[in-house]
Design a binder for this molecule. Structure first.
Ligand code: TYM
Length: 331
């Protein structure tokens, strides 16, 4: 039997290079080989209280980006999280075995407390449990995610194991992170900060127009340049090279790495090359997106088909979970 793959992206706006290289690219490469469920996490996006008028356009836009990037609704189940309400029941049931102490220790929760102290809602606290329900409802074996999600995945494994142990069953597999070319990836921001992210405000979007994108790359933070041969790169420069490593060919990367080591690098040239290489990836996606986003009938059809397939799988698991936990008819 084919291994099962589940993953999703929150509907908080357009997709950026971090989403693409950390997640979407892997979704596309997996769809031929595995039984895949890819969704848009609109419930999860509610933890930051988005404007309700933006929820629907954001979901629609990500669905169009999934398709424009090459996800195929015939090969994978592509669905919207809120179209599969079964996940909420599993979330409720899993919550009974998720402890507040361990949830409070989650790195992402602690970060959110810092970033939005005025909105520390229960949805933020239980975010990893809903994520576990997303994954476990399909009995997934593999979950393609970026580095920032590894702790959440570890918690999913813990909840799966805990459930199986408490009820003496082998119901949930413990899913592994899918590692593309070895290591889980973190795409850096080009503003000198750690990671590229929506809330960091430092994103290069798949949808950026050529000029906008080039401008963002050309403005990337750099330094005065190396002063000694083979010196270690400071973080801001390492960030540029990290991005080049995923986007450009290895010849291009090695070329600029050599120039850096010989103290002959011109950051302007490197950025120009980087912008051109990013555009090679994003421009075709952006062009296809322009057509797909206009076709609401097609998008509705894809979402409906995906929801049907996902609900079937989810309902099957939920039936087993209910039985195991003691929800039965009277005898
Ligand atoms: P979200 O929307 O924050 O991120 C979606 C995916 O993009 C990856 N990602 C990155 N990867 C590398 N470098 C970056 N700078 C970067 N920024 C984002 C994330 O690792 C993620 O894979 N909680 C999930 C959504 C979710 C989910 C799930 C994922 C909900 N339920 C079940 C997998 C399985 C998230 O944070 O998405």
């Amino acid at each position: 039997m084919k291994e099962i793959v589940v993953s999703g992206i929150r509907s908080t706006g357009n997709l950026h290079l971090g989403n693409y290289y950390g997640a979407l690219r892997n979704f596309i490469s997996m769809q031929d080989e595995y039984n895949c469920y890819f969704f848009i996490a609109d419930y999860h996006s509610l933890t930051t209280h988005p404007d309700p008028t933006q929820l629907n356009p954001n979901v629609k836009s990500i669905l169009a980006e999934y398709l424009a990037a090459g996800l195929d609704p015939e090969k994978s189940s592509i669905y919207i999280q809120s179209d599969v309400p079964e996940v909420c029941e599993l979330f409720t049931l899993l919550n009974m075995h998720a402890y507040v102490g361990e949830l409070e220790r989650t790195v992402s929760f602690k970060e959110k407390i810092r970033k939005q102290p005025e909105n520390v809602n229960a949805g933020l606290l239980t975010y990893p449990v809903l994520m576990a329900a997303d994954i476990l409802q399909h009995k997934a074996n593999l979950v393609p995610v970026g580095k920032d999600q590894l702790q959440h995945l570890e918690m999913t494994r813990k909840y799966a194991r805990r459930f199986n142990t408490i009820y003496g069953v082998e119901l949930f597999p413990e899913p592994d992170a899918y590692k593309f070319k070895g290591e889980p990836i973190k795409i850096p921001g080009l503003d000198g900060s750690g990671k590229m992210g929506k809330s960091e405000g430092n994103c290069i979007y798949l949808n950026d127009e050529d000029k906008v994108l080039s401008k963002k790359v050309m403005r990337a933070v750099t330094d005065q340049g190396p002063t000694e041969m083979n010196q270690q790169k400071p973080d801001v420069i390492e960030n540029l090279f990290t991005l080049m490593k995923v986007v450009s060919t290895s010849d291009t990367y090695n070329h600029f790495d050599e120039l850096y080591n010989k103290c002959e690098i011109r950051y302007g040239d490197m950025k120009k090359q980087l912008a051109a290489d990013i555009l090679k990836v994003t421009a075709p996606i952006r062009d296809r997106y322009q057509d797909i986003i206009k076709d609401s009938d097609y998008l509705n059809k894809v979402a409906k088909l995906g929801a049907e397939k996902a609900r079937e799988s989810s309902a099957k698991t939920l039936k087993e979970v209910r039985e195991v936990m003691g929800f039965r008819s009277f005898k």
